[in-house]
Design a protein. Structure first.
Ligand SMILES: Nc1ncnc2c1ncn2[C@@H]1O[C@H](COP(=O)(O)OP(=O)(O)OP(=O)(O)O)[C@@H](O)[C@H]1O
Ligand SMILES: [Mg+2]
Length: 236
């Protein structure tokens, strides 16, 4: 695997239980890249993302993600893999019984941080990055949908991940708010991480053209409207 390669898949099959969802998936995504994953509903976008964060096992083919071989990874190594990943979901998945700060603190504790001052600083850092530096005391229900999604992106950034996997992160947001989330994710990719984002949002894809992969008929291919270098996404 080349030094700057974040995801390397070779003839990978993606299964949901015994059902083959995708096969012969061969692709590579490097540092600094932002890549869309499109395809009709049920074609396997979420399943592919789940395979990449080791929620679904690799039975056939090869998959290497942030340096971990997903075919041979041990169950006890999965938390270490996930610490190098940031995962963003369509429905935010915040804990509604506690403040934004406590949502983030919860993740830091669960991922092995223990110094209170460093943890507070890190929380402030990631909230600043998503433009919510003053809102840490709020409860999730006191925030708009776009703000909640930004909290979930802040949460994904806590461990300074090499790769962000986002599953329809703008699915529940209005166009203007989605725009803000997109530029945030693009900024993140420009800062040397890779972002793979499943989406149905063609308007945003037109506005922010970049390399695009398509799930169709059990395969993943490069989409024709793919604009690999349109905005210099390779970080060069
Ligand atoms: N937990 C599950 N158990 C069994 N089969 C599943 C499970 N989740 C998804 N599938 C099946 O796997 C296939 C791919 O589903 P997946 O959720 O990956 O599609 P998707 O491209 O993300 O769709 P959408 O655009 O609706 O989110 C579908 O046929 C679906 O029915
Ligand atoms: Mg899905």
């Amino acid at each position: 695997m080349a030094l700057d390669t974040i995801i390397e898949l070779n003839n990978l099959s993606v299964y949901q239980r015994n059902i083959l969802v995708l096969s012969e998936v061969t692709l590579s995504i490097g540092k600094g890249e932002f890549v869309y994953l499109i395809g009709k509903t049920g074609t396997g976008k979420s399943s592919l993302l789940k395979t990449l964060y080791a929620d679904l096992p690799v039975k056939e083919g090869e998959a290497e993600v942030v340096g971990y071989n997903l075919k041979t990874i041990k169950l006890r190594e999965v938390p270490y893999l996930r610490r190098k990943l940031g995962i963003v979901f369509q429905d935010f998945q915040l804990l509604n019984d506690r403040s934004v700060n406590d949502n983030l603190m919860f993740v830091l504790k669960a991922t092995g941080w223990d110094d209170k001052t460093t943890m507070d600083e890190r929380i402030k850092d990631v909230l600043d990055k998503v433009g919510l530096g003053t809102k840490g005391f709020k409860m999730p229900h006191q925030l708009s949908g776009g703000e909640q999604q930004r909290v979930s992106i802040a949460r994904a950034l806590l461990n300074d991940p090499e790769l962000i996997l986002a599953d329809e992160p703008t699915g529940n947001l209005d166009p203007e708010t989605s725009d803000g989330i997109m530029s945030l994710l693009f900024d993140i990719s420009h800062s040397g991480r890779a972002v793979l984002m499943a989406t149905h949002n063609y308007a945003l894809m037109e506005k922010y053209p970049t390399r695009t992969l398509k799930c169709e008929a059990g395969r993943v291919s490069t989409a024709e409207n793919s604009a690999n270098h349109a905005i210099g996404i390779n970080g060069i």
